[in-house]
Design a protein around this ligand. Structure first.
Ligand SMILES: C[S@@+](CC[C@H](N)C(=O)[O-])C[C@H]1O[C@@H](n2cnc3c(N)ncnc32)[C@H](O)[C@@H]1O
Length: 231
């Protein structure tokens, strides 16, 4: 299905997509943060993980190595990225599903409800209104007690990290969409979207700025009953 809604491709420009994987590997200490992310997710046999903005599918391979029984569904509007992701999964002999789609709760209504959702390096690239929309619609589609993990450029706390972020990622992806992340907007947006137990689990300093792993939970059905009962 051709993708008609506007979006930013993986490396900012379509012609750079084939170079995306090598760029991320060289510029983000990728092995460190992706491995930490998968360890923190601790995927269970019964989990269904929805990877929104899956790009070239780098998370799928690591996830399958950690727990081959966990079901993985990657969603991305970019046809070239999805083609690379499918080739990588095939080469690694892992089973992973990829759908070419612009993520929305409406599109996700036709997929099984995920127990875990991930957003890796997606939110820093999209406008502020889209950051909130993605978080709100992920919250809608997650199973009760479902978990969201974000790995992305978030608050840039030191002078050096702000300078490096400005000189690299903000040059590539522009200032308007990226600056709210650097100013620490992700936690308040997660709260606004309805997530609870929000925490920053790790932060990695890289030559392109610091990358944080954040998590949040959707209330379970029993929490909802407890809350309405105590009102
Ligand atoms: C920087 S790449 C990150 C790819 C991958 N998650 C990773 O960790 O390498 C951001 C991806 O988000 C995708 N994207 C942008 N807007 C999206 C949306 N609304 N729904 C799903 N994916 C989206 C882009 O096509 C791109 O592949």
């Amino acid at each position: 299905m051709p993708e008609t809604q506007p979006y930013t491709p993986p490396a900012g420009h379509h012609f750079l997509t084939p170079l995306y994987d090598v760029g991320v590997r060289l510029s983000t200490r990728e092995k460190l943060w992706r491995t930490a992310l998968v360890d923190l997710i601790a995927p269970r046999d019964s989990d269904l993980l929805l990877d929104i903005g899956a790009g070239t599918g780098s998370l799928a391979t690591l996830l399958a190595r950690k727990n081959p029984a966990t079901r993985y569904l990657g969603v991305d509007p970019d046809a070239s990225a999805i083609a690379i992701a499918r080739r990588k999964a095939c080469a690694a002999h892992i089973f992973a599903e990829f759908v070419q789609a612009h993520f929305s709760a409406e599109a996700a209504a036709t997929w099984p409800a995920p127990s875990v959702a991930t957003l890796c390096l997606v939110l820093h690239q999209v406008p502020l209104s889209e950051k909130l929309r993605l978080l709100e619609e992920i919250h809608m589609v997650l199973q009760p007690a479902g978990r969201l993990y974000i790995a992305d450029y978030s608050e840039q706390r030191s002078w050096l990290m702000r300078k490096l972020f400005r000189a690299t990622i903000q040059k590539l992806d522009g200032y308007t969409d990226t600056q709210p992340n650097a100013d620490g907007v992700l936690t308040p947006l997660m709260l606004q979207a309805g997530f609870t137990d929000i925490c920053e689990l790790a932060q990695f300093n890289t030559i392109t700025g610091s990358i944080s792993i954040l998590s949040g939970t959707k209330r379970s059905a029993s929490d909802e009953i407890g809350n309405s009962g105590s009102k």
